[in-house]
Design a protein around this ligand. Structure first.
Ligand code: LLP
Length: 470
């Protein structure tokens, strides 16, 4: 494990204060790697019984390597933890947030494991339906749903449409009327919580595009309107405060404000809100700075918060639901890259920084550039006893911000052809991937019990050229 802070004696002196100097740079740090990851007797990292050289040979690099058991174990742990914590009341369901990572296989796992599925576009809905996911366990989100998306959702019998604006009430009601059906809806409310996370992934403060404001009155007006219109059934309220959140303080404030609204609806409209969705957003460990809770601790903490607030307001605890994405998908996957150019850049005085270029970059992981995310990295193709150096892992794109891992210790002898892995890339990496610089997107392969199964194949130049029909 990493033991002490980097000092002038160590490496190239470019380490940030949070990054301790490693006692053994070959160690798989606890919490960063999926459950079936280890080094074999040759010092090569294996996942799901397959070593990274075999993966590189069979599917090439870069590649997203998904530990199937790990993903499913996390999904079931969250399902069980929330169900258990709310068992004394009306129970709780977990909807996997497909935006984190979605493909047919994931949809089938989520179905088999009995979770619901949160989709937020027609495209995500199409993946779910093609894989045979039951409409009744789907929640459709989106701040700007098209008529086509709403129609498709209603035709598929989705269990809930989460309405995000006043005009969407009329839109969903009209489409439901046209189809001669009724729509079960939740209203997404904005609680005004300033979640302690990156500005771009906080979603409950007032000045952003999602939801209906509680303090501004739009949320109450929306409830009244939904109860008035003909073709909507109000299931309950929805709140999502943001992502990569570690403390339950934000959920506490959000739950209090939503439950205050539930009490007001009871008192002024005589209507009982039976269901509450508190969204997702639970943080994961991207590096040693992060200390996530267990599903059990999170669920128990939130259950305690909701029980207390309900008790004070003399409300029955509603049926709860949650929508974790990152905590299920993120830690299941590592991105396997091949090292290309290694460049030692002088920074003035004694300082220098080693830039290790890999064969992907911001097209397969834009989170570092977009959110200033901190990832970690490990030499996975072999062990080394060379002294650790602080490196910056960069991609192959024509952009200086094309950084995958800002700061990490790698062995000083890392060289062209080495295999390195970036862990915890299962959420919002493939799903945010692009073709920037006409770089084809990597495949996603599932590994399990010594087998490699391609879930999403590598994009080819032909795929890219095929879109260019002008
Ligand atoms: N429910 C709703 C309504 C959401 O908007 C989100 C995330 C989730 C659930 C799932 O949140 P999670 O448990 O995965 O944190 N691209 C960003 C994250 C954007 C999340 C958007 N909504 C990132 O890479 O950090």
């Amino acid at each position: 494990m990493r033991a002490h802070e980097a000092g002038a004696l160590h490496g190239n002196d470019a380490a940030p204060t949070w990054l301790p100097y490693p006692t053994d740079v070959n160690t798989l740090i606890d919490g960063l790697w999926s459950r079936n990851t280890s080094r074999n007797s040759q010092g090569v990292v294996e996942v799901g019984g397959v070593d990274v050289h075999r993966i590189a040979e069979e599917v090439g690099t870069p590649a997203f390597v998904l530990d199937e058991d790990d993903f499913r174990h996390r999904a079931r742990s969250f399902r069980d933890a929330f169900a258990e914590a709310f068992r004394p009341h009306r129970g709780a369901d977990v909807y996997y947030a497909g935006k984190a990572f979605l493909c047919g296989a994931v949809v089938r796992w989520i179905d088999e494991d009995g979770l619901g599925l949160d989709v937020c576009t027609g495209g995500e809905l199409a993946v779910a339906l093609r894989a045979g996911f039951p409409g009744a366990r789907i929640a459709l989100h989106g701040n700007n749903k098209s008529v086509h998306e709403i129609r498709r959702a209603l035709e598929a019998g989705v269990g809930r449409i989460v309405i995000d604006s006043l005009d969407e009430i009329e839109l969903v009601s009209t489409v439901a009327e046209e189809l001669g059906t009724r729509a079960s809806v939740m209203l997404r409310v904005t609680t005004g919580v300033e979640a302690h996370t990156h500005e771009f992934i906080a979603t409950a403060h007032e000045d952003q595009k999602f939801g209906l404001s509680i303090t501004g009155g739009a949320a109450f007006d929306a409830v009244r309107r939904v109860l008035e219109v003909q073709h909507l059934d109000l299931l309950g309220l929805h709140s999502h405060i943001g992502s990569q959140i570690f403390d339950t303080g934000g959920f506490e404030v959000a739950a209090r404000r939503v439950l205050d609204l539930v009490a007001r609806i009871r008192d002024e409209l005589g209507h009982t809100i039976d269901q509450l969705d508190l969204g997702g957003g639970f943080g994961v460990m991207y590096n040693t700075q992060h200390t996530p809770s267990t599903p059990e601790a999170l669920a128990a903490g939130i259950a305690g918060i909701v029980e207390k607030q309900c008790h004070e307001l003399e409300l029955e605890v509603p049926h709860l639901s949650f929508e974790p994405g990152r905590v299920i998908a993120g830690p299941s996957t590592q991105t396997l890259y091949s090292v290309g150019t290694v460049k030692d850049v002088r920074l003035g005085g004694p300082h220098h920084r080693v830039y290790v270029s890999v064969d992907g970059g911001m097209s397969d992981n834009v989170r570092t550039a977009l959110y200033d995310a901190d990832y970690s990295c490990l030499l996975t193709g072999r062990v080394s006893d060379a002294a650790p150096e602080v490196v910056r892992v960069v991609g192959k794109h024509c952009e200086s911000g094309d950084i995958v891992v800002k700061d990490e210790y790698l062995p000083g002898d890392v060289r062209r052809g080495d295999l390195v892995s970036v862990p915890v890339t299962g959420a919002y990496c493939y799903s945010l991937a692009s073709n920037y610089n006409h770089v084809p997107r990597p495949p996603v392969v599932a590994v399990r019990e010594g087998e490699i199964r391609t879930l999403i194949r590598r994009e080819t130049e032909e795929d890219l050229l095929g879109l260019d029909v002008g």
